[in-house]
Design a protein around this ligand. Structure first.
Ligand SMILES: Cc1cc2nc3c(=O)[nH]c(=O)nc-3n(C[C@H](O)[C@H](O)[C@H](O)COP(=O)(O)OP(=O)(O)OC[C@H]3O[C@@H](n4cnc5c(N)ncnc54)[C@H](O)[C@@H]3O)c2cc1C
Length: 395
């Protein structure tokens, strides 16, 4: 069976790898002429780690990713007082059967790319047209020099991100929802960063109107910083758009001085406007389906966008493993039936989280912090991290 995957991000590459391991001829068509190493750190939670380990990538992942000893370590903005911390490390392995990592997105992309045969990824192919009948799908691609190519496939997976070109063939077109927030992202060399930021811990500082996240990545050589602040008139959504360090520093000038030190150690910052989408009523039309941000673009507050994309990939491979070209459409519907409810839940949960994180000092903030103090750290996120897509009954 021939599957065409549109988009070579983490979702598309993970899908290609897991489909190929299931014996299916899957090919990625990516619009970029080169898969550039862009982006910054992401949390690779146990629900993403398990499918990657089963795909044989466990050792490779552990080479560059940092194993978290604690996650969701919430701190108070003005003095760094710890409000809550979820033990990871051994506890994580005991509870979820896998580690929780933090890693550079570029290292993850490179790992997936290395694991795929060269002919599995075709670059410089921007999808411009899609047509299906009850036997196959015809895709049309444009190259950077204007040349056009046509490909026939038994089924198509749109893994082409929040502004997917595939999605309008399945769901009504709607603009992405602007959150009013943007993310500043910096990478700080570890030798420049304060000791606090070198611990293998995902730390989140909560304060009025904004929050600040940091954790080490790339084997501990870099500290990844993500600061979520009001966007003002910034609307650019890109891994590569530059922001200004002085603007970022101004956002946190009254906060604990260790954050100022961390910001001052960064040589540059990227700035990204945050958008999401509402859950779709369907992901599939006949032989065409969606995966990753194309299906469920979410805000990053639970660090689950890429994790959900890898869960999608695992279930898609399991559903298609036993399908034939004649039954591909039914297999895609089974995939959607399993994945859509869960991904939609994570998508909705990620929305509005900033209200909780950004409370001004006062009664609501004190109530939130008291609830943190009473929380059972081990129960937090269990429904997300404990979920194993490989145990879903795929029919
Ligand atoms: C600030 C921030 C922090 C985040 N933190 C985390 C985290 O901690 N953990 C986590 O799991 N997730 C996190 N995420 C989310 C995660 O980065 C995304 O969910 C994930 O990268 C989506 O992958 P994808 O492959 O679905 O889409 P994308 O990465 O958007 O890839 C889509 C690909 O499709 C290609 N494409 C687009 N249109 C076409 C076309 N017409 N033809 C061919 N190719 C096309 C694009 O060039 C691109 O390569 C974060 C996101 C942000 C913004």
């Amino acid at each position: 069976m021939k599957i065409a995957i549109v988009g070579g991000g983490l979702g598309g590459l993970a899908a290609a790898l897991l489909l190929r391991q299931a014996g299916i001829e899957a090919t990625v068509y990516e619009q970029a002429a080169v898969l550039r190493e862009v982006g910054a750190g992401i949390v690779v939670a146990p629900n993403m780690v398990r499918p990657l380990v089963r795909a044989g990538l466990g050792e490779r992942l552990a080479e560059f990713a940092v194993t978290l000893e604690a996650a969701w370590e919430f701190r108070r903005w003005e003095d760094g007082r710890v409000l809550f911390s979820q033990p990871m490390g051994q506890e994580c392995r005991r509870l979820y059967g896998a580690d929780c990592y933090v890693a550079h997105r570029a290292d993850l992309l490179a790992m997936l790319l290395e694991a795929l045969p060269e002919d599995a990824v075709r670059l410089d192919r921007r999808l411009t047209g899609l047509r299906q009948d009850d036997r196959q799908v015809e895709l049309t691609f444009a190259g950077a020099r204007g040349e056009s190519t046509t490909v026939l496939a038994d089924a198509v997976v749109g893994a082409d991100g929040i502004h997917s070109t595939v999605r309008p063939s399945i769901a009504a077109e709607a603009p992405a929802r602007f959150s009013g927030l943007c993310a500043y992202r910096c990478l700080v060399p570890a030798h420049e960063a304060p000791d606090l930021a070198l611990r293998p811990v995902q730390s989140l500082w909560l304060g009025p109107g904004r929050h600040f996240v940091h954790y080490p990545i790339s084997g501990g050589r870099l500290v990844n910083v993500v600061a979520i602040v009001p966007a003002g008139d910034w609307r650019i959504e890109s891994w590569t758009a530059d922001g200004r360090i002085e603007d970022l520093a101004r956002e946190f000038e009254t906060w604990d001085p260790r954050l100022g030190q961390l910001i001052a150690s960064a040589t540059g910052t990227k700035r990204w406007a945050l958008y999401d989408r509402s859950p779709l009523e369907r992901w599939t039309d006949g032989r065409v389906t969606l995966l990753g941000d194309a299906a469920h673009a979410m805000l990053p507050f639970f660090g689950q966008g890429a994790c959900q994309a890898v869960e999608d990939a695992a279930v898609l491979a399991a559903c298609l493993r036993t399908a034939a070209p004649e039954t591909a459409a039914q297999a895609l519907l089974r995939y959607e039936g399993i994945r859509r409810p869960r991904a939609s839940q994570v998508q909705l949960m990620s929305r509005g989280r900033e209200v909780h994180n950004h409370l001004p000092d006062g009664p609501a903030q004190r109530e939130r912090d008291a609830a943190f103090a009473d929380g059972d750290p081990l129960r937090q996120n269990a429904w997300i991290y404990g979920h194993d897509p490989d145990t879903e009954p795929v029919g």
